[in-house]
Design a protein around this ligand. Structure first.
Ligand SMILES: [Zn+2]
Length: 366
């Protein structure tokens, strides 16, 4: 299982899919699921919904992750052939200079470029520790003028992502582009494979959602159509095991999957997720009986689209299940394959426990 996760995750990390332009990633996942007994459809926004029928008396489950990644859009092409960009999603400006990027002009025709960093020899002392705002950043694609840029297929509105890349570090760790949330997507494919192979199981809708890095609301549209009783989101948990992150909690890379007990954005958006009490209990009980170490997180500063999914229709019992991740939203995000494997096993065992007796009545959990 770990090797299958490694191989699919690498493929997905190398497939570009800026928010609003996720179709290549979706098609790759569709191919991966093609042999399973799922009914698949893609909605108008680009959400891929793959349904596996199960016990009709049990609450239905939506298991979802997002296919999109953050990046940029072309904002302006200068006469001298340099390209200006607009940011899309939570781009860390201090991690941009000297990065390679990819202009997604069409499969097989994509164009590489480099985010310029001012020559060190010309940098005065007062500029050495200054972050350049993205408005001042420019990208060099090797063209001599605007005509040269346009000849490459680049125009205003062309999607741009970090140049897709994977580096294998030691035995179990992968670092590269879009671990957030292609790792979640790879885990869902494995869960679908296992649940399809044998029962028992509730009806499960595997959703590969769009627009998370843009507005967190693509999955909400899928949830509205599916109307699930339970929704489980897979995304990253911030690590707390590097010297810069120790205040964030206790999550350590390689120490197992995590569940989120509280998230809140806290920077303008009044939203977050507090899980329905049935779900932390389901995952804690399953983890102890399966011998899986389950880490816990509770934090402000980030939210996922489960915060919107929980509010759909008459309310959906939601929880964020996570894999630990380092260096988030940079071009080199890190995860540990052992965490992904344990998360996969935990999800398979936990979803199997959702049967006709599984209660979502809050009074059963007080
Ligand atoms: Zn994410």
């Amino acid at each position: 299982m770990k090797e299958r996760l490694r191989s699919l995750l690498k493929t997905l990390m190398l497939t570009p899919g800026l928010s609003g332009h996720e179709d290549r990633v979706r098609r790759r996942i569709e191919k991966e699921l093609a042999d399973l007994p799922l009914s698949m459809r893609t909605d108008r926004l680009g959400n891929l919904i793959a349904t596996l029928e199960g016990d009709e008396g049990a609450p239905s489950v939506m298991l979802f992750a997002h296919t999109d990644q953050l990046g940029f859009m072309v904002r302006k092409i200068e006469d001298n052939g340099l390209v200006r960009i607009e940011r899309l999603g939570g781009i860390p400006e201090k991690a941009l200079p000297a990065q390679a990027v990819l202009f997604c002009v069409g499969e097989g025709r994509d164009v590489q470029g480099v985010i310029a960093n001012k020559s060190h020899h010309a940098t005065p002392p007062e500029e050495k520790y200054k972050v350049t705002p993205y408005q001042e950043v420019f990208i060099d694609v090797g063209a001599e003028d605007a005509e040269g840029v346009k000849a490459l297929g680049i125009e205003i509105g062309t999607p741009v992502v970090y140049d897709p890349r994977v580096i294998e570090l030691n035995e179990n760790r992968l670092i590269g582009t879009s671990v957030d949330d292609r790792a979640g997507c790879a885990v869902i494919v494995e869960v679908a494979r296992a649940l399809a192979a044998e029962g028992p199981r509730p009806t499960v809708h595997f959703v590969f959602a769009v627009l998370e890095e843009f507005n967190l609301q693509g999955a909400m549209v899928a949830a509205r159509a599916i109307n699930p009783d339970i929704a489980i989101q897979l995304d990253l948990a911030l690590n707390a095991d590097t010297p810069d992150m120790t205040q964030r909690g206790e999550v350590a890379l390689g120490n197992g999957p995590a569940m989120s007990l509280y998230s809140f954005h806290g920077r303008g958006t009044l939203n977050g997720t507090i899980p329905h009490p049935a779900l932390p209990k389901l995952f804690s009980d399953t983890a102890s009986s399966e011998g899986i170490n389950l880490q816990r997180t509770a934090h402000t500063g980030a939210l996922t689209d489960s915060s919107y999914v929980q509010l759909v229709n008459e309310g959906v019992a939601c929880i964020d299940m996570c894999f630990p991740c380092r260096y988030t939203h940079t071009s080199l995000e890190m995860c540990d394959l052992r965490d992904l494997e344990a998360l996969t096993k935990l999800l398979i065992a936990a979803i199997r426990r959702v049967d006709a007796d599984f209660s979502l009545n809050r009074d059963d959990y007080t």
